[in-house]
Structures are given as structure tokens and as C-alpha cells.
Design a protein around this ligand. Structure first.
Ligand code: DON
Length: 311
């Protein structure tokens, strides 16, 4: 495993086409694209890393996994009256389907759906309390109390996030938000501004790995369903492409991070800030494609001679 991760990090460093860093959140625009990290937390407790695996980055939409777990913990299946479970086939910040589908977002990972999950875990508490609960969940998942939010990134997105405000107002016009637009957006932008390293994110993802020694923060059924949503919707309009190339459930963020789950085996985090045309990490996706090819960890079957044997 160590050899494989080192090989992957070296290939990433040598690749001149790193994709484009997201610039629509001004505070993220200046990130050095020449960074790459990867971490694998195995079901048996071992952790392997390569590259810049201990450099914190903005997890952005990867936070939507933790937000979804928290919202489901609050209201259970009631959530599905307010948000769907289908891929949208459109970019993460699209407003198109909201009008056609009466203010019910397609899934909890596109921005419109994530605003509904944020509104759900926010219900009945202040943004500070709700974000405190979210941080407690993540800190418990990775057993690390140092996880924090970057206030500058949150403020930077709040000051410029006109599309998300539009989505929230649109949701509110259909009665699909309980809290005020300002409260939901303030909470959502702080949630997205959580910073973690690949090592921390891989450890935090273990609650989605179906194995005896993993943190039991959600039920088996819920874990399965979150993984299913990651596979079908975790990369927006690039979800089919990611499933085709990698074959494992994954959730990306515009900070360049991706959390990938190999059910029963491992939680994997990869980070490279440059994005592809879907807004997902370019080298992160390529690294996971290489990783899946070498390990044979696609959920769609182990290729002939594939193993996982050398781990
Ligand atoms: O709402 C936004 O636009 C960002 N805070 C998060 C979007 C994101 O990470 C999309 N992922 N690839």
C-alpha cells in the first residue's frame, strides 16, 4: 500500500496538467495547485499516507456527507419529503430543476439539496449550536479535536455567494426552508469552510466503512444509503464518470478534496486543488482511478488477478 501511494503521489507531482483552482470563492483562489496528498485508513486501523497528506484544506462539499448524517440523525426518513435521491445531471450550483420540481432539490449533495440538509440540522438551534454539533460529529469520527472552520473562507463565500442565496430564496419561496435564508447560508458557508488534512478526512470517513473496528456513528442501513448517494450523486454531473473510472462511492469538494469509501475495506482521502470541468479534483480523480485499478477495489467486482493482496 505504501509503495502504491508513493507511486501515485509521484505521478501527480510529475503531471503538468493540474486542472484549475476554483476562483469563485475569492479566499480559495490563491491556493497553490502544486499540492497533492493521499491517505488511506484501513479497516484494521492502519493508516498510510503520501504527499501533502497532513496539509489542511477547505473540505467544502465533502462536508455535505457529515451534514447529511446529522440531518438524518435529526429527522430520519422525513428528510426525503424535502430532498430527493436522484442524480441531477447538472452542475452543483444549478437552479434549473428547482422550478420544474417544485422546490424539491434532486439530492442532498447539489448545493440546493445541501441547503435543505443544513436547514434540517439547524432546526430549533442557533447556527453556533448547530455548527458545534457538526464539529463534534466530525471530531468524534476522526478522533481529533483540532478540526476547525476557517472564518475567512466562510466570510469570503458569504460575501460573494449570490447563487447560493438565489437557491435559498427559491427554496424558501416553495416553503422548503424553515430557518431564514441568512441563517441557513451563514451555517452552510461555515460548514463548507471546515478544514481537514487527507489523514484527518480519511479517518473521519471511517464511519462509512462497514467493518467491526470503525466508529459506529450511524446505523448500517444509513451507512449503506449514504454510500449509495455518494456513488450516484457525489460528483454532480461527473458522478457517472467517477463511477465508471473509479467504481467506489466518493464525495468531492471545490477545495480539491475527495473522500472515497471502499466498503468493508477502507476510507480514502485524496486532495489536489486543481479541478476538472465538473468542479471535481482533476488529479484526485486520476489518482483514484489509478488506485482502483491497482487494488481492484471497485465495488463492481475484483478484476482477474486483482487482490488487495499487497495490503
Ligand atoms: O456552495 C458552494 O459553492 C461551495 N461552498 C461548495 C461547492 C462544492 O464544493 C462543489 N464541489 N465540488
Amino acid at each position: 500500500m505504501q509503495e502504491l501511494l508513493t507511486e501515485i503521489a509521484e505521478a501527480a507531482a510529475a503531471n503538468p496538467d493540474k486542472g484549475n483552482v476554483a476562483t469563485y470563492i475569492p479566499e480559495l483562489a490563491g491556493i497553490d495547485p502544486n499540492q497533492f496528498g493521499i491517505a488511506v485508513a484501513l479497516a484494521d486501523g492502519r493508516v498510510f499516507t503520501a504527499g501533502n497528506a497532513d496539509v489542511p484544506f477547505s473540505i467544502q462539499s465533502v462536508s455535505k456527507i457529515f451534514a447529511l448524517a446529522l440531518a438524518l440523525g435529526r429527522v430520519g426518513d422525513q428528510l426525503w419529503y424535502r430532498v430527493g435521491r436522484e442524480p441531477s445531471g447538472l452542475s452543483f450550483d444549478s437552479i434549473l430543476l428547482l422550478e420544474r420540481e417544485d422546490g424539491i432539490p434532486r439530492n442532498p449533495f447539489i448545493n440546493a439539496g445541501a441547503l435543505v440538509t443544513t436547514d434540517t440540522y439547524l432546526a430549533g438551534s442557533t447556527p453556533r449550536e448547530a455548527l458545534g454539533e457538526l464539529l463534534r460529529f466530525i471530531r468524534a469520527a476522526c478522533d481529533d479535536d483540532s478540526i476547525h472552520m476557517n472564518e475567512k473562507v466562510a466570510k469570503s463565500e458569504l460575501a460573494t455567494g449570490h447563487r447560493n442565496f438565489s437557491l435559498a430564496h427559491y427554496l424558501a419561496s416553495y416553503g422548503n426552508l424553515r430557518a431564514s435564508v441568512d441563517k441557513v447560508l451563514g451555517t452552510y458557508c461555515h460548514q463548507c469552510a471546515i478544514e481537514m488534512s487527507c489523514r484527518q478526512l480519511a479517518l473521519a470517513g471511517r464511519f462509512l466503512v462497514d467493518a467491526p473496528r470503525m466508529p459506529g456513528l450511524v446505523s448500517i442501513e444509513r451507512r449503506r444509503r449514504i454510500n449509495a448517494l455518494m456513488m450516484t450523486c457525489g460528483h454532480y454531473d461527473g458522478s457517472g464518470d467517477f463511477a465508471f473510472r473509479v467504481g467506489m462511492p466518493g464525495k468531492s469538494g471545490v477545495g480539491g478534496g475527495i473522500l472515497v469509501i471502499s466498503p468493508s475495506r477502507a476510507s480514502i482521502a485524496v486532495w489536489s486543488p486543481g479541478l476538472n470541468k465538473y468542479g471535481n479534483s482533476k488529479l484526485g480523480t486520476e489518482a483514484m482511478e489509478h488506485f482502483a485499478h491497482k487494488t481492484g477495489w471497485s465495488v463492481f467486482g475484483v478484476p482477474h488477478g486483482g487482490e488487495g493482496a499487497h495490503v
